[in-house]
Design a binder for this molecule. Structure first.
Ligand SMILES: Nc1ncnc2c1ncn2[C@@H]1O[C@H](COP(=O)(O)OP(=O)(O)OP(=O)(O)O)[C@@H](O)[C@H]1O
Length: 346
């Protein structure tokens, strides 16, 4: 596809990766900004289309910090095409770059942005359901301090936008998301709600600060046995033990999220205050400088290379290990968004 033009103006220059979703390219926009955009392509006849849902959800979310701008959506010869803002490496990439351990300062700066993103997501009536470091990307150039939230393939509307009536509580659900960061209630088969995205953020923060989670690397026969073993470990690891050696705020945060009722409005201000307060107590300086900006001997271009390598590797694996089962209607995103797809702006 390199060398082709989509949307009448975007020239595909480089394959970034491919997987279950189709392909993602870097493209040049001769008329726009720094000239580079990301293009997602999905085969038109795909059995389980996702791009249309992602485009609808992105359209709904447009205009807030940390949400990729969409420039074009359309159906062309054999593909559904979405042209969007090009972003940089994921938090998993930069975590690797920092030898799989982040400082308290970076973790707290990320906590603040991740909480803002999820609060905004929830304010638009959706839960994400696949919170993990790979689904947060760093912006490029002037936006390199901004953390973006991506991958809405598992997002689900949790309340009516008009009446704000919460969706029903259900049990016996299959686990949706990524087992490592899934909330205990998601493991237990409860319908997910806002609290589950927040508990997952808690696990991501512990992962950044400690370098790993106690349920990583558990060996089991099949997928289901592995999920059960992870759940057991989560059940049997009190937050005080999980967060041993870390400031108390992390266990406090996790307990708060775990104790939220299914349809309770989370107090986002309280959660951000917890971490901001710790930040100030520790006399840290919010200068926007993350660990990966100062990794010795690792210039910025290496961050970009690392990302390219990871995307290639993911393409080779063909996103093996993904738990998503798109044959399950509940696993499909945003089927009921009523907004129209964006057409190319002026
Ligand atoms: N706008 C973008 N700019 C740069 N990289 C991007 C952009 N969108 C997605 N990516 C990269 O491409 C990868 C795949 O994108 P995305 O997660 O949206 O698709 P997916 O089908 O849900 O993939 P996966 O199966 O890995 O969850 C992401 O891991 C991300 O690193």
């Amino acid at each position: 596809m390199e060398g082709k033009t989509v949307g009448g103006r975007y020239l595909l220059t480089k394959l970034l990766g491919s997987g279950s979703f189709g392909q993602i390219y870097i493209a040049k926009d001769p008329r726009g900004g720094d000239g580079e955009v990301a293009v997602k392509l999905e085969i038109k006849e795909t059995k389980h289309p996702q791009l249309v849902y992602e485009a609808k959800l992105l359209k709904l979310l447009q205009g807030a910090p940390g949400i990729a701008e969409v420039y074009y959506y359309g159906i062309e010869a054999e593909h559904t095409v979405m042209v969007m803002e090009l972003m940089g490496p994921s938090l998993e990439d930069v975590f690797n770059l920092c030898r799989r351990r982040l400082s308290l300062k970076s973790t707290l700066m990320l906590a603040d942005q991740m909480l803002l993103r999820i609060e905004y997501f929830h304010s638009r009536h959706y839960i994400h359901r696949d919170i993990k470091p790979d689904n947060f990307l760093i912006g490029r150039s002037q936006k390199s301090n901004i953390v973006y939230i991506i991958d809405f393939g598992l997002a689900k509307k949790f309340r009516s936008p008009s009446t704000l009536v919460h969706g029903p509580y259900r049990e016996n659900k299959n686990l949706t998301g990524t087992a490592r960061y899934a909330s205990l209630n998601a493991h237990l088969g409860l319908e997910q709600s806002r609290r589950d995205d927040l508990e997952a953020i808690g696990y991501v923060l512990v992962y950044f600060l400690k370098g790993s989670l106690p349920w990583q690397g558990i060996k089991a026969e099949g997928k289901q046995d592995k999920y059960s073993a992870i759940m057991e470990k989560k059940l049997n690891t009190p937050f005080t033990e999980l967060c041993q050696g870390m400031p108390d705020e992390f266990a406090t945060f996790l307990s708060y999220t775990r104790n939220l009722r299914f349809d309770e409005d989370p107090d986002y201000r309280y959660m951000r205050w917890l971490f901001q307060n710790l930040f100030h107590q520790q006399r840290l300086k919010n200068d926007g400088c993350f660990d990966w900006n100062v990794v010795k001997g690792r210039p910025q271009w290496q961050v970009n290379e690392l990302k390219a390598e990871r995307l290639q590797a993911a393409a080779m694996r063909n996103v093996a290990g993904s738990m998503t089962d798109y044959s399950q209607p509940s696993n499909r995103a945003a089927t009921d968004v009523v907004l129209s797809i964006p057409s190319e702006p002026g």
